[in-house]
Design a protein around this ligand. Structure first.
Ligand SMILES: Nc1ncnc2c1ncn2[C@@H]1O[C@H](COP(=O)(O)OP(=O)(O)OP(=O)(O)O)[C@@H](O)[C@H]1O
Length: 304
């Protein structure tokens, strides 16, 4: 496991209470079932009793700016209220190399928050996240520069992912072809602000998918492309899995989850309701949300 990019160590996002030894025990590969030796399963992500809490300062009071803070200092008033949103509550699981894991749940249930915490972009309030290798979060909001051309963004994105200039040069055409951006015209030479949201999402996915990731976290990326692109990206996710990485996919498309993932985590109100084979979990989720379509019972609101 890796620590901040160094090979051979553990990268840990630490909360306050969890004990490293306990998680190391959880990481131990399960016993081989009777009937023949199985290759050992290698854990890539261990989430141990993870809690994530957002704090919204001065929410709804209109007292959150610098002038108001100065005024409070002068008048010796109390600090503005802080509202907390307990978005992930005690989630625990271990992911193994070669797995593609879907994360499903209704709007506001904590899926994106969980992904960001695995990526190390949000701190744990309690609990820990261990990752083997560098996790890469590919979200529909992943930062590319809107005023720069698609071509420049391919180069910058590649450099940001740690690719060398030679690697980028070798893979440039493949990335552009995979994205399908230039299928109708020379859009890759135009600034990204001229792209539709689907085109921009396709380019983001194509840049990220050009590299083999230790742990690839995908937030709804598949839902944004057209049908042909969805098929291509599903295929690429399968390849990434074969190349020994672990893929997490957050999606409201149960079909994309079925086609891509062999294991699913169902999160509701920040809690892990179910963790198991795709068919079992998606079926339970569909019957809970009363139908095979995307579930949307509305945001649950701030939780405590
Ligand atoms: N930056 C933030 N500040 C405060 N609260 C937040 C923030 N981001 C998310 N939340 C809250 O955390 C909870 C979980 O949100 P999250 O985006 O993780 O859910 P989700 O399952 O990914 O939702 P969706 O399916 O709608 O994308 C929600 O109650 C949301 O309002």
């Amino acid at each position: 496991m890796r620590d901040g990019g160094r090979k051979g160590s553990v990268r840990v996002h630490r909360g306050r209470t969890a004990v490293a030894e306990q998680s190391a025990r959880e990481a131990a590969p399960p016993q081989s079932p009777p009937g023949g030796p199985q290759p050992p399963r290698v854990p890539t992500v261990i989430v141990d009793g993870l809690h994530v809490v957002y704090r919204v300062y001065g929410s709804g009071t209109g007292r959150g700016n610098a002038t108001a803070a100065f005024r409070r200092l002068l008048l010796r008033q109390q600090a503005p209220t802080v509202q907390t949103v307990h978005a992930v509550k005690g989630v625990t699981f271990t992911a193994y190399r070669g797995e593609a894991i879907g994360i499903i749940g209704s709007n506001g249930s904590g899926k994106s928050t969980l992904l960001k915490a695995i990526a190390g972009l949000l701190p744990a309030e309690r609990g820990r996240v261990y990752t083997d290798g560098q996790p890469s979060l590919l979200g529909v909001n992943a930062a590319l520069m809107n005023d720069l051309t698609g071509a420049t963004n391919v180069i910058l994105g590649g450099l940001a992912m740690g690719m060398s200039q030679e690697e980028i040069q070798q893979r440039y055409q493949g990335i552009v072809d995979f994205s399908g951006i230039n299928d109708k015209d020379d859009f890759i030479s135009l600034p990204m602000r001229t792209y539709s949201s689907g085109m921009a999402a396709r380019l983001r996915f194509s840049i990220a998918a050009a590299k083999n990731h230790d742990v690839l976290l995908i937030d709804e990326a598949l839902a944004t492309g057209d049908l042909a692109f969805q098929k291509r990206s599903e295929e690429r996710i399968r390849e990434l899995r074969k190349e020994a990485g672990t893929v997490f996919l957050v999606s409201h498309s149960n079909n994309a989850i079925r086609d891509t993932c062999d294991r699913v985590l169902w999160i509701e109100k920040g809690e892990l309701l179910m963790d198991g084979p795709t068919d079992d979990v998606v079926k339970a989720y569909e019957s809970h949300s009363d139908g095979p379509g995307p579930a949307d019972p509305g945001p649950p609101g701030p939780a405590g």
